[in-house]
Design a protein around this ligand. Structure first.
Ligand code: ADP
Ligand code: MG
Length: 248
C-alpha cells in the first residue's frame, strides 16, 4: 500500500487515535446512537478536504490530492445540510459556496440507489473529477428497512458485503478516504461484542479497517472509541461539536 495520505477529522485527539487522521485506501466506520455526531464528522471531513493544512501527505502526492479535490456524499437519510457545510467552512476561513461546490451530494432513497451511486463514482473519476473522499451516511439504514427478519438476513449481508467491496475497491484504486456511518439503537456493552450484533456488524467489521464508536458526553463533548483495529490499540479520544464544527 503506497502513497497513503490522511485527512484530519478536525480533532487532534481523534486524529491521534486513528494514527494521524482518516486514512486513504481504507474504510473508516463511525457507529453510534442518534445524535452522537456521525453526520457532523462526515460533514467536517468534506470541508477539511478543501483545507490544505488538514491534508497530511508526502509532497509527491499532495499536489495530486490538492488538485481540485472533490467529495462524494451519498446521503440515505436526507440529513446532508448545505448551511452546515458553509458554517464549518467559514469557521476555517474558507469560501462556503466554493466548498459546497466541491461536494457531490447524491440522495439515495433505497439500497439499490445507494449501491449504484457508489458504483458510479468510478465514472465521475473517469470524467475528470478528482474524487478523494467518499461518504456513505448512512451505510446501513436502507438495508435495515428493506431487509427485515431472519429470512432476509443472508441476502442483506450479501448485498452489504458487495457494497463494501465496491467502496474498498474505490479506496484502493483511487487513493480515496472512505467514511461510512452506522446507527446503533443502544450502546453495546461488553466491548464491543454486542456491536457485532448491530446491523451488518460482521460484514462491516471485516471490510472496514477503522471502526470508531461514538458516544455523547457532557454538553457538546463526545467520546470516540477506536476498536478492533488490525494494527492500532483500542483507544479513546474526546472531541467537541460546536457551531465551528468538530474540534478538540
Ligand atoms: P448522528 O448523525 O450521529 O445521528 P449528528 O452528527 O447529526 O448525529 O449530530 C447531531 C448533533 O450535532 C446535535 O445534537 C448537536 O449537538 C450537534 N450539532 C449539529 N449542528 C450543530 C451546529 N450548527 N452547532 C453546534 N452543534 C451542532
Ligand atoms: Mg446522522
Amino acid at each position: 500500500r503506497k502513497n497513503i495520505w490522511k485527512l484530519s477529522t478536525g480533532s487532534k485527539n481523534l486524529d491521534e487515535i486513528l494514527g494521524g487522521g482518516l486514512e486513504s485506501q481504507s474504510i473508516t466506520e463511525f457507529a453510534g446512537m442518534f445524535g452522537s455526531g456521525k453526520t457532523q464528522i462526515a460533514h467536517q471531513a468534506c470541508v477539511n478536504l478543501q483545507c490544505p493544512e488538514r491534508i497530511i501527505a508526502d509532497d509527491a502526492i499532495k499536489e495530486e490530492i490538492l488538485n481540485e479535490p472533490k467529495a462524494v456524499y451519498i446521503d440515505t437519510e436526507g440529513t446532508f445540510r448545505p448551511e452546515r457545510i458553509i458554517q464549518m467552512a467559514e469557521a476555517l476561513g474558507l469560501d462556503g459556496k466554493e466548498v459546497l461546490n466541491n461536494i457531490l451530494v447524491a440522495r439515495a432513497y433505497n439500497s439499490d440507489m445507494q449501491m449504484l451511486y457508489a458504483e458510479n463514482v468510478e465514472n465521475l473519476i473517469r470524467e475528470g473529477h478528482n474524487i478523494k473522499l467518499i461518504v456513505v451516511d448512512s451505510l446501513t439504514s436502507t438495508f435495515r428497512t428493506e431487509y427485515v427478519g431472519r429470512g432476509k438476513l443472508a441476502e442483506r449481508q450479501q448485498k452489504l458485503g458487495r457494497h463494501m467491496a465496491t467502496l474498498n475497491k474505490l479506496a484502493d484504486l483511487y487513493n480515496c478516504v472512505v467514511i461510512v456511518t452506522n446507527q446503533v439503537a443502544a450502546r453495546p456493552d461488553a466491548l464491543f461484542g454486542a456491536s457485532e450484533q448491530a446491523i451488518g456488524g460482521h460484514i462491516v467489521g471485516h471490510a472496514a479497517t477503522f471502526r470508531i464508536f461514538l458516544r455523547k458526553a457532557k454538553g457538546d463533548k463526545r467520546v470516540a472509541k477506536l476498536y478492533d483495529s488490525p494494527h492500532l490499540p483500542d483507544a479513546e479520544a474526546m472531541f467537541r461539536i460546536t457551531e465551528k464544527g468538530i474540534h478538540d
